[in-house]
Design a protein around this ligand. Structure first.
Ligand code: SF4
Length: 339
C-alpha cells in the first residue's frame, strides 16, 4: 500500500482530481499528516467520511517502532527504529545551543564500503523512502518531546545513492504546512557521487552540502574509501568547484582523523594546498574507534597539530563537538550490533 506521508500537496491534488474530489482537500490532508501528525484517516474530521474511507483503502500512514534508545550524559540520544518490513534504521538526536539537530539515515545499510564505517559492513539492504526519512523526524520528536530545528542527512547510507527520495524528503520537510524547516537548516552529505553533486548544484536549494573527504590525496583516499576507485580527488574537487560557482554556497568538507592514516602535519599541509582556493569549511572529526574496522583515534597532540596547520593557512576549520561517546555513536554501530 502506498504511503500517505510520501505525497506532497501537489501530489494530493492530482490524486483528488483523478478521483473527481475537490482539490481543496489536498492542503487539508497534508496538514493533518505532517502538521498534526495524524496516524489514521479517521482523525481527519473535516474531511468527508466517504473520502476518508477511500483514502484508507488506498493509502497507509507509516509508523515506526522504537526498538532501542541509548541516552548519553550530554543529552545525545541514539534511536534504533523498526520499519514496517522489519528493517532497522538509526538516527541520532543531538542538543546544541541553537536547538535540536537530528542526524537521519537515507538507506538501510550502505554499499559505498568506506572502511571506517559500520553502516556498510553488511552492504545495502534497501533505499529508504522519503516517508521513512520523515518518520525518523516525527518519531523522535514525539518520543523525546522536542522540536527538531536542524536535520543532517548523514546517518546510515549514501544520500546521493538514493537521490530522488532524498530530494523528495527535503521538499516535504521544508513545506510550511508540515514541519516547515528552512532549507538553510538542512544538510546533505555525500562521499563523492559527482554527477549528483552537479545535479544538486543545478537545483539551487539553499541546503548545506557536506563532502566526506577524509584524505588529502588519492593514495590515502583509496586506502579508506572505495568511492576513490571510481572518482579521483581532482574529479571530486572539480564537481565541488562547479557547485560553489553555481550556488555561491560554502561546502563543508568532513575529515575524519584516523591515527597514523591521514592525520600528520604533512597531510594537513597537502589538504591545505588542495582546498585553498575553494569557498569551504573543514570539519575535523576524530574517529570513533570502530573495533570491526581496526582504526584508532589520534592523540590530542596530533589532532591539535593537524588543526593548527589548517588555521595557519587560513582554511576555516572547526572540530566537531563530540557527542555521545559512551554510546554506539558512530554511524551504523547500533544497527550492526543489533542485527
Ligand atoms: S560513511 Fe557514509 S557513504 Fe561511507 S559507507 Fe558509511 S554510510 Fe556509506
Amino acid at each position: 500500500m502506498e504511503s500517505a506521508l510520501s505525497l506532497s500537496v501537489s501530489d494530493w491534488k492530482k490524486v483528488l482530481e483523478g478521483w473527481d474530489e475537490r482539490t481543496f482537500y489536498a492542503q487539508v490532508l497534508f496538514s493533518w499528516l505532517h502538521g498534526k501528525r495524524a496516524v489514521s484517516f479517521d482523525e481527519m474530521t473535516n474531511v468527508p467520511k466517504k473520502l476518508r474511507e477511500k483514502l484508507a483503502l488506498a493509502y497507509g500512514i507509516d509508523q515506526a517502532a522504537i526498538l532501542t534508545v541509548q541516552k548519553s550524559a550530554d543529552g545525545t540520544q541514539k534511536y534504533l527504529l523498526g520499519l514496517s518490513d522489519g528493517k532497522a534504521i538509526e538516527c541520532v538526536l543531538m542538543k546544541y545551543r541553537f536547538g535540536y539537530s537530528l542526524c537521519i539515515s537515507s538507506q538501510a545499510g550502505c554499499r559505498m564500503g568506506c572502511r571506517f564505517c559500520a553502516s556498510t559492513l553488511k552492504g545495502l539492504d534497501r533505499n529508504l523512502t522519503r516517508a521513512e526519512m520523515l518518520l525518523q523526524v516525527y518519531t523522535v520528536e514525539q518520543e523525546a518531546k522536542v522540536k527538531v530545528s536542524h536535520i543532517v542527512v548523514m546517518g546510515c547510507g549514501e544520500p546521493f545513492d538514493n537521490y530522488e527520495e532524498v530530494m523528495g524528503f527535503l521538499r516535504l520537510v521544508h513545506d510550511e504546512k508540515g514541519k516547515g524547516l528552512s532549507y538553510r537548516n538542512l544538510t546533505v552529505s555525500t562521499c563523492g557521487l559527482i554527477d549528483k553533486i552537479r545535479d544538486f548544484a543545478d537545483q539551487d536549494l539553499p541546503v548545506t552540502l557536506a563532502i566526506s573527504l577524509h584524505a588529502p590525496n588519492d593514495e590515502v583516499r583509496l586506502k579508506i574509501m572505495r568511492i576513490a576507485r571510481a572518482v579521483s580527488m581532482d574529479e571530486l574537487l572539480e564537481a565541488c568547484r562547479y557547485y560553489i560557482e553555481k550556488t555561491n554556497r560554502r561546502i563543508t568538507f568532513e575529515y575524519l582523523l584516523i591515527d597514523h592514516v591521514n592525520d600528520s602535519p604533512q597531510q594537513a599541509a597537502e589538504l591545505t594546498d588542495r582546498l585553498k582556493d575553494l569557498l569551504c569549511h573543514v570539519n575535523l572529526i576524530p574517529v570513533n574507534a570502530v573495533p570491526e574496522c581496526g582504526f584508532l583515534r589520534p592523540s590530542e597532540e596530533r589532532i591539535r597539530q593537524f588543526m593548527k596547520v589548517l588555521e595557519d593557512n587560513h582554511i576555516p576549520v572547526s572540530r566537531r563537538r563530540e557527542m555521545g561517546r559512551e554510546i554506539d555513536a558512530a554511524c551504523g554501530q547500533l544497527r550492526f550490533r543489533k542485527s
